[in-house]
Design a protein around this ligand. Structure first.
Ligand SMILES: [Zn+2]
Ligand SMILES: [Zn+2]
Length: 328
């Protein structure tokens, strides 16, 4: 009796479950289709809002060159450090995308706000895109492989994309850890707000530090250097990780992709240029594995750990005599 009733039950379950399974499969397939980020799937679309914003920032970056002062240069260097090193390298990339270390929540939020200052979108967009890059590196579906063209890998993919920035629900499939967190959801929606506030702060500071009678030039000069030129340089530095480090440099590890270790990209990004090391050991919070591979962003994480604000730091174990990618 028992086997017969079991069979009957199973058949009933199957007959009711089949349509559900089919629809889940369809939805999964649809999400995969929507998230195919390679050039072939963009159909030459232009994301005009991004394209116009990029154009304005580049023009004003050139205008900034006519407003040089040491104070303005200092504003650029300091803000660049917080946006690119602390924000993109330490927060968006090594903490949020790969979870290479842990911090208290308030530290995670603070350094994520720093990341928004780079004008590279909110954390959910950035993290999801970068996880797709690791999943499909230099294969179909990679959002920015040089196989689709050097210019495409550098900036083309940004201005031709499908405005995925706002499709939080869709991107959330690749960043469920962030979509569960209302602070990251909020920061992803209003990622432009901290940058705007810092821009006004720079104008106020520039005016305050200028001689009477030159306050307008002081305000304009500092925001041109601290925001427009700084953002433009930071964007190109980050984009070089997508273009140059998949084209030029040395390969220490035999990874499935074309990633390379490129010293000059590492220099302008604070260590993100040791990209072959990174693809071989994605979770490692440390990208520069040899003593001469300067990795400012890792030194920042190390510093946080020394003052009790970072723990469980993942560091790739690397044998110079026998380099192998992680898991091989
Ligand atoms: Zn890569
Ligand atoms: Zn990565």
């Amino acid at each position: 009796m028992t086997p017969i009733s079991t069979v009957g039950k199973t058949q009933t379950q199957n007959s009711t479950a089949r349509p559900v399974v089919a629809s889940v499969a369809e939805v999964t397939q649809k999400i995969k289709q929507d998230l195919r980020m390679g050039r072939a799937h963009q159909e030459g679309r232009i994301n005009w809002i991004t394209a116009i914003a990029m154009g304005i920032f580049h023009v004003l970056a050139i205008v900034a060159l006519f407003f040089f002062s040491w104070k303005n240069l200092a504003a650029l260097v300091i803000t660049y450090f917080f946006a690119i090193n602390v924000g993109i390298g330490m927060a968006y990339h090594r903490l949020l995308t790969h979870r290479g270390y842990k911090t208290p929540r308030w530290v995670e939020y603070f350094i994520t706000v720093c990341g928004t200052l780079a004008l590279e979108g909110g954390p959910i967009f950035w993290v999801a895109t970068h996880r797709v890059h690791h999943q499909n590196s230099d294969q179909e579906g990679d959002p920015h492989t040089p196989h689709d063209g050097t210019w495409w890998a550098h900036a083309g993919w940004i201005i031709s994309g499908r405005a995925l920035h706002s499709e939080t629900a869709l991107l959330g499939r690749y960043a469920p850890d962030l979509t569960k967190d209302p602070v990251h959801v909020w920061l992803s929606k209003y990622h432009w707000l901290p940058l705007t506030l810092v821009g006004f702060l720079q104008m106020g500071l520039g005016a305050a530090l200028a001689d009477p009678g030159h306050r307008l030039v002081g305000a304009l000069g500092m925001v041109l250097w601290g925001t427009f030129l700084r953002v433009t340089l930071g964007l190109h530095a980050t984009w070089l990780v997508n273009s140059a480090t998949h084209l030029w440099g040395k390969r220490r590890f035999e990874t499935k992709d074309d990633s390379r270790n490129n010293w000059w990209v590492a220099l302008v990004t604070g260590g993100e240029g040791w990209h072959n090391n990174h693809h071989a050991h994605p979770v490692s919070a440390r990208h520069g594995l040899a003593w001469y591979e300067v990795d400012i962003n890792y030194y920042g994480i190390w510093f946080l750990s020394k003052i009790g604000l970072a723990e469980k730091i993942q560091i790739a174990k690397y044998d110079p005599e026998n380099p192998k990618p992680a898991g091989v």
